[in-house]
Ligand binder design. Structure first.
Ligand SMILES: Cc1cc2nc3c(=O)[nH]c(=O)nc-3n(C[C@H](O)[C@H](O)[C@H](O)COP(=O)(O)O)c2cc1C
Length: 214
């Protein structure tokens, strides 16, 4: 597969076959993560490979209340969905209710002191620290797709970081940035993903001035 094909078909996998993923494959995708950029090359990211069903059950139990709050808001009409959104929510509901059956959870950890956040003094949400974390995660997702493994990135469990840190013995100076589920997809990868066109997300010279490729 070429890189463009990998990027353009790398969807969120919410249905998995009941089939294990080898350590060799996990090592390969984590190795791809290593090559992501990070501020000052401080490489703050590490991963915990979770296969233990008892631990995954506990994590699913922590995940479900947050997911249920969202679906309840939908059922009560507080969140309005289009037809495509309904399909995503239905798949995400299956994902939530079968979470612990997915063979591998990769917990993305980050040493905050090494995240090189340069925007913490601004009067807004700090986002720069994530720039030293998520490129590594994306590399991992792409490497998984290359092998034929499905992945889903979720951040819901960050709501309960203290519980997750306790469960996985994560040190004080390390935070959780996401969880990535890994397994063999039950359904074929899509031929394309729903994304906004370049013309709606690319500006020329100043924000809002459409970029037109010559
Ligand atoms: C920060 C973040 C959090 C996400 N959290 C969840 C989640 O809790 N549950 C879930 O099913 N998908 C989650 N997703 C997956 C998104 O729903 C998915 O990327 C989006 O719908 C596009 O899906 P596609 O790549 O399959 O087209 C998350 C993605 C990101 C980037």
């Amino acid at each position: 597969m070429n890189l463009t094909e990998i990027i353009q078909t790398n969807n969120t996998c919410r249905f998995y076959r009941d089939e294990d993923v080898s350590d060799e494959h996990i090592e390969k995708i984590v190795s791809a993560a290593r090559f992501g950029p990070s501020g000052g090359n401080r490489q703050p990211v590490s991963f915990i490979v979770v296969r233990d069903k008892t631990v995954k059950d506990k994590m699913q139990a922590l995940y479900l209340p947050f997911w249920n709050t969202y679906t309840q808001a939908i059922n009560e009409g507080m969140v309005k969905l289009g037809t495509k959104d309904k399909r995503i929510v239905s798949a995400a509901d299956h994902f939530a209710r079968h979470l612990a059956e997915i063979p591998v959870f990769l917990i993305v950890c980050a040493r905050l002191a090494d995240c090189h956040a340069t925007d913490t003094e601004l009067d807004r949400l700090s986002i720069v620290g994530g720039a030293s974390i998520y490129p590594a995660v994306q590399n991992m997702l792409l490497a998984a797709r290359d092998i034929g493994l499905g992945t889903a990135l979720t951040t819901l469990l960050c709501h309960v970081e203290p519980e997750i840190k306790n469960l996985l013995n994560i040190p004080k100076d390390v935070s959780t940035a996401a969880m990535v589920t890994v397994g063999w997809p039950e359904k074929p990868f899509p031929s394309k993903l729903q994304r906004v066109p370049v013309s709606e997300m690319t500006w020329s010279e100043t924000y809002g001035n459409p970029f037109v490729a010559e």
